[in-house]
Design a protein around this ligand. Sequence first.
Ligand code: ATP
Length: 252
Amino acid sequence: MLKVEKAVVAYGRATALREVSLVVNTGEIVTLIGANGAGKSTLLNAISGVVPLKGGDIWLDANRLSGLPSHRTVRLGVGYVPEGRQIFGTMTVMDNLTMGSYAHVARNWLRPLGYAGWALRSDTVKSNLEMVFDLFPVLKERRGQQAGSLSGGEQQMLAIGRALMSSPKILLLDEPSLGLAPNLVRDILRLIARLRAEGLTILLIEQDAAAALKIADRGYVMERGRIVLEGSSQELFRNDEVRQAYLGKTRA
Ligand code: ATP
C-alpha cells in the first residue's frame, strides 16, 4: 500500500533522512524503532507532506505522494496523528472531529456525483462519527467540551478520532502513548490493534519498542537517518542488538 523509495529529507544543511526505503502492506501494523533524532518523525512528516522530499519517491497505492502538501495527502488517504497531538484546544470535541471530516468531503467534492453524492458524503461522515464514538465513548460524552480541557489520554483519543474522520487508508501514528499513564498506554495499544482488525493499515512510532513489537507485524530500525535493520516483529524481538539498544526498559 505504502512504498517509500530512497527518501531524502534535509533541514537546511542537516540531512535527516538518507535514502530511506520501506513498504507497508495492506492490513499491516509496521513499527519504526530508533533513538531520539534517528529520523522517525521526519519520515512520517515526509509521507504526509509536512516536509518536502529532497530525493526519492513516496507512493500510496497508485498515487504518488512526493511533492504533495499535507491537505492533498489527506485526501488521498493518509491519516496523520503527529507527536504532541496538535488538537484545536479552544474548539469543542465535536468541532475537532468535524474538522477531520473536511478532507473526506473535499475528496468527494472533486467527483461530479450530484445529489446522491451529497447523501453519500454525509452518510460517510455520519458513520465515521459513529465509529469514532463507538471506539471512544468518552468523546461522545464530552462532545460539547473544549478540547483543551480534556485529559492527556482523552486528547490523544481525539487526535486519533479526528484522523479517522477523514476515512484514511493508512494511519501514521507518532508516539501516541507519549506522556500517558501505563494503563492508558495499554489501552491505546489495544485500540491500535483493534483498528487494524477493522481493516486499517498502520505505521507506528512508539517509545516503548517492546510494546509496539507485540502488536506489530514487522518493524524497521532507524539510526541517524538510515534504515539499518528490518524484519518481522519476532525477528526483531529476538535480535541481540535490538534487545540491547531498544528493549532494555521493557514494560511488563
Ligand atoms: P524523536 O524520537 O526525538 O522525535 P526522531 O527519530 O523522530 O526523534 P526526528 O524528529 O525525525 O527524529 O529528527 C531527525 C533529525 O532531524 C534530528 O537531528 C533533528 O534534530 C532534525 N530535525 C527534526 N525536525 C527539524 C526541523 N524542523 N528543523 C531542523 N532540524 C530538524
